[in-house]
Design a protein around this ligand. Sequence first.
Ligand code: SF4
Ligand code: SF4
Length: 101
Amino acid sequence: MFDNAYYQEYRRKKEEEWEALCKRCGGCCGIFEDPCKHLKKDDNGKYFCEIYNDRFGVRESVGGKKFKCVHISQILNRNWFNDRTCAYKINLKMPWLKSLK
Ligand code: SF4
Ligand code: SF4
């Protein structure tokens, strides 16, 4: 029989693992080019989204450019400046390096 509680817990853990991969470099939010207005830096020099739980949709860069914020998995086939350092892109090419993050 399908155990929904087990499945939800499994999904939650997988989502946590996925989120933990991110190095918070800010690259996918434009930090090396024209950053999103909602991109902020914490005291440790890491970047974060100030509206993370409500981020999807049309947003604006500091330079005034409108763009659509989507889940990172939807833009991994695109390129942005310095994207070779993105943990998800590295993980796609070399998943065995995950533990070396
Ligand atoms: S709204 Fe989207 S693009 Fe802007 S900082 Fe948040 S996650 Fe990045
Ligand atoms: S470019 Fe990749 S590693 Fe950097 S903040 Fe975006 S998702 Fe995270």
